[in-house]
Design a protein around this ligand. Structure first.
Ligand code: EPU
Length: 290
């Protein structure tokens, strides 16, 4: 590969949780072809591959990750000219910081990414997990994504092929890397869009423990309910294991008080999962990638 290659690279610094042991080999591909090549190389040899974007929704084990960790840093935003009815296409690299795209869209008066305001991580990560809120998710504005199919072939998947669902996608289910995407956004008033963004960001800042390293929501919400509500009802807010804690502010967040291990976090997750099952008969599904 032409990109950066690091051996026995500690991954904690690549995750917002600040947790995780070393990658056998960490590769930061230089471009899409480079990534496709690295992937094909690993697949031919049966070397395990883990895809990493902004590291904001992942719990890396303390013992680290075997094989290849591919960090997808391909960034860039290319705005197209407004088309019919002022709708505007934008082609964006998977490694682009999502917040940057959200703000550029607002400044240009492009609507549709407001539910992504305040979400950490990259565009690629957001696409793979179909990030968003109750108000909508990124999959809704996708025209197509460019992916690397097994074998190392670059391919374009129209939205209908992406299998977007609540916090999931076909790319996630099949471990397919996204390298770029085209989104189509509706025209809107920049001031109104900015205000909407501020509302989302302020809500997060008010309700979530963002001062501590974390991985966002730990569990998906079960249909019609909220994991945070259920875990709080179990009386688990503030519970500590080692240096990890179920947030006092939001029960579906686990915070790293400094020096937490993946094992501490898994321990808290297991406790919450069991408690919610026994008390409410609800089986929580992790949202954080394990
Ligand atoms: N609640 C409690 N106790 C708590 C936390 C929440 O009772 O400790 C209640 C709240 O009062 C509210 C309900 O649970 O009635 C939902 O809480 P909240 O509005 O905080 O939203 P959430 O469902 O917990 C979702 C997303 C977040 C996103 C927020 C805000 C999921 C799994 N999470 O959280 O996304 O920021 O809405 O839009 O869908 C993420 O996915 O990583 C993430 C942070």
């Amino acid at each position: 590969v032409k990109g950066l290659v690091k051996v026995a690279e500690p991954l904690a610094r690549y995750t917002t949780f600040r947790i995780g042991g070393p990658a056998d080999v960490l590769v930061e591909p230089a471009d899409e072809e480079d990534l496709a090549r690295a992937l094909a190389w690993a697949q031919e040899r049966g070397v395990p591959v883990t895809l990493l974007g902004g590291g904001s929704n992942v719990l890396v084990p303390d013992e680290g990750l075997p094989g290849l960790v591919l960090r997808i840093g391909l960034d860039g935003i290319r705005w197209e000219r407004p088309g019919d009815g002022g709708r505007r296409g934008v082609v964006v690299g998977a490694g682009t910081v999502l917040a940057r795209l959200v703000h550029e869209a607002a400044r240009r008066g492009c609507r549709g990414l407001e539910p992504c305001a305040g979400i950490p991580g990259t565009v690629g990560g957001a696409l793979v997990m179909n990030a968003g809120t109750r108000d909508g998710s990124i999959g809704q504005v996708v025209d197509w994504v460019r992916v690397v199919e097994p074998g190392g072939q670059l391919a374009v998947w129209p939205r209908e092929q992406c299998g977007f669902a609540y916090r999931s996608s076909r790319m996630q289910a099949e471990g397919i890397p996204v390298v770029a995407a085209r989104l189509v956004l509706d025209p809107g008033d920049p001031q109104a869009i900015l205000q909407e963004i501020r509302r989302h960001t302020a809500y997060r800042q008010r309700t979530q423990p963002l001062r501590y390293p974390n991985c966002g929501s730990v569990f998906k919400n079960p249909p019609g309910d909220a994991s945070g509500r259920l875990i709080e009802a179990c009386g688990l807010k503030g519970l500590r294991r080692g240096r990890a804690q179920i947030s006092e502010q939001h029960a579906n967040f686990i915070i790293n008080l400094g020096g937490a291990t993946a094992e501490d976090v898994l321990d808290l997750m297991t406790t919450a999962w069991r408690c919610v099952r026994d008390r409410f008969g609800v089986i929580l599904e992790p949202e954080v990638r394990l």
